[in-house]
Every structure is written in C-alpha cells, then in structure tokens.
Design a protein around this ligand. Structure first.
Ligand code: AMP
Length: 192
C-alpha cells in the first residue's frame, strides 16, 4: 500500500469516527491561490457561519481539555482569538493573546520566527503568564509549525509548562509537528 493511500485512509477514519468532524471539515472553504499563487487557503470563516459546526469545534476541544488543570489558553493572532476564548471560558482557564508586533500596549516579550520568505514575530504581555502556569496553545491551522514553535517559546520563557498545541486543521505534508519541541499536537482535520 502506498504512503499516500495509507494517509488518505487515516484521514477518512478520523472523519468517519465522528460525524461532527465531517461536518466541520465540509464547512471549511478552501480558496486556491490566496493570498498568493500556490497557496490553498483554508478559510475557517465559513465554519463560523454554521453555529452547530462552530459549537461542535469548541466542544471537541473542551471535551479533550477539561479536567487537565490547564491554567492558560494562549491564542495566536488572529484566528487563535476565535477558537481560544470559548475554550478558555469552558475549561476555566485565563486567555492570553499572542500578538503581532506593536499591538500590545504593555511591556512585552518577543519571539521572532522564520517564514518561507522573511520573518515574523509574536509578542506576549509580561506578567500575563507566570511560572507554574500550564498552557494550551490554540491556532486555526498548523502548516510549517514555525508560528506554534514561537508561541511555545514565549510561554516557556515566561515559566509556563506547555501541555499541548491544538489546531482545527493540520497540513501534514508540511511536517509542522516535527517543530513542536516534542510536545503533542491535537487536530480535528488533516487537509491535503
Ligand atoms: P506555520 O507557522 O507555517 O505553521 O503557519 C501557521 C499560521 O499561518 C497560522 O496562523 C495559519 O492561520 C496561517 N496559515 C498558514 N498556511 C495557511 C493556509 N494554507 N490556510 C490558512 N491559514 C494558513
């Protein structure tokens, strides 16, 4: 059996297991060549138009993370701000936004990371996360893993223990998992 067929079967199985995941997957619009040629943009705004799919997305994360003693949910700008706060409220954790440079008004710590062309940076307020915090990192999608890696570095520099990263979508061909410093990644959908 080729690797491709095996991978397709894994994806099918994940979706077959839970009809909610199939509905979430179908609600995400894929826009070819956005924002530049060659990118298949996974647009989660169409998921937000379907209240049941949006609710199920949050519930699937809450189901996994309740009773895990997570004290902070860190959401990555911008789409981590959509999924992170409802998860944080449901599991009784604080929510901390990890933002692009020059957006946060207080004192910040910064973590730069490489993009395909050039680099970017995430910032977090000093004092938002403290030693002893147990963190969950949330974003909409993992591609190369660079963004999640920078987020984890920020949290660890502030003294938190990162328990896991959670995304709605993974692009497994880009092997972003390998950049997550050995920490687990939980995703609802694998997209090819
Ligand atoms: P990466 O750092 O390469 O894992 O990229 C992840 C970040 O870029 C996330 O914040 C995503 O929202 C965004 N991103 C990367 N690729 C895509 C894509 N194909 N569709 C939608 N968002 C993407």
């Amino acid at each position: 059996m080729s690797k491709m067929v095996e991978a397709e079967e894994v994806q099918m199985k994940k979706e077959d297991d839970d009809p909610r995941i199939l509905a979430i997957s179908s609600s995400i619009r894929v826009v070819p060549n956005f924002p530049k040629p060659g990118i298949m943009f996974q647009d989660i705004t169409t998921l937000l138009l379907e209240p049941k799919a949006f609710r199920d997305t949050v519930d699937l994360f809450v189901q996994r993370y309740k009773d895990k003693n997570i004290s902070v949910v860190a959401g990555i700008e911008a789409r981590g701000f959509i999924f992170g706060p409802p998860i944080a409220l449901e599991i009784g954790a604080k929510f901390v936004p990890l933002r692009k440079p020059k957006k946060l008004p207080g004192e910040v710590i910064s973590e730069a990371y490489d993009l395909e062309y050039g680099s970017d940076c995430l910032q977090m307020h000093v004092g938002a996360v403290e030693p002893g915090d147990v963190a969950l990192v949330v974003d909409d999608l993992i591609a190369t893993g660079g963004t999640l890696c920078a987020a984890m570095n920020l949290l660890e520099r502030a003294g938190a223990e990162v328990l896991e990263c959670a995304c709605v979508i993974e692009l497994p061909e880009l092997k972003g998992r390998a950049r997550l410093k050995g920490k687990p990644l939980f995703v609802l959908i694998e997209s090819r």
